[in-house]
Unconditional design. Sequence first.
Length: 261
Amino acid sequence: MKIALVQMDVAIGNPDENFKKAEAFLEEAMRQQPDLIILPEMWNTGYALEQAEQLADVNGERTKQLFSSFARKHHVYLIAGSILNQRTENKDITNTMYVFNRQGELVLTYDKIHLFRLMDEHTYLTAGHQLGLFDYHEHVTIGAMICYDLRFPQLSRTLVNKGAKVLVNTAQWPTARVDHWRSLLIARAIENQAFMIAVNRTGTSKDTEFPGHSMVIDPLGRILLETNNDEDIYYAEIDLQLVDEVRKQIPVMTDQRLDVY
């Protein structure tokens, strides 16, 4: 499975510029013929939450149109990072991830469950209540998380207990806590014996620096890819069979005591 990680800077409060950049990155990524392309968190607007009602993608329609047609045209899976989204039926504004399969079909809509108070998400956004899981193919399920979700090991373990062999996190994680980012990603991979794929933004927004440091980690905790802070597309290949091999060698999933905890 070949993955393209789009590590991009985000122009805060400027959806037109961000959509133009995202589309260019998608086209560039296809030169390497990946199976899956992933964008970072809130790439359409950045954290311009004070302007959420004016800037949010209504029902994600602009995002769906771009990514669905692209996925269908190029026969590629797309995890559209996450976007600032507004639903017309209840006016809720959410931090929402969309996933499209090779036929351009929407296979996952995931609203961020854990809202990050330090970025005032809880003030402007509505939290999700559903897990993020989708089937990549018959034998591989992928579990999705967004940024702050990473700090809750219960979530990643629940995704794995429901079948995930790959965990994906899209983020706007700041440089100030990059050590936490690295440590938690490695821990989530090891404890869940799953591939951990994480795509972070880069650049500066409202005096907050973002380090990039997107990562791909295997089920043994080995780092297959760790980027610097450059805005670019990064590629990694993973052997999905390794998950089953590692879980047979050290049967953590079999030995967990769900009857006790």
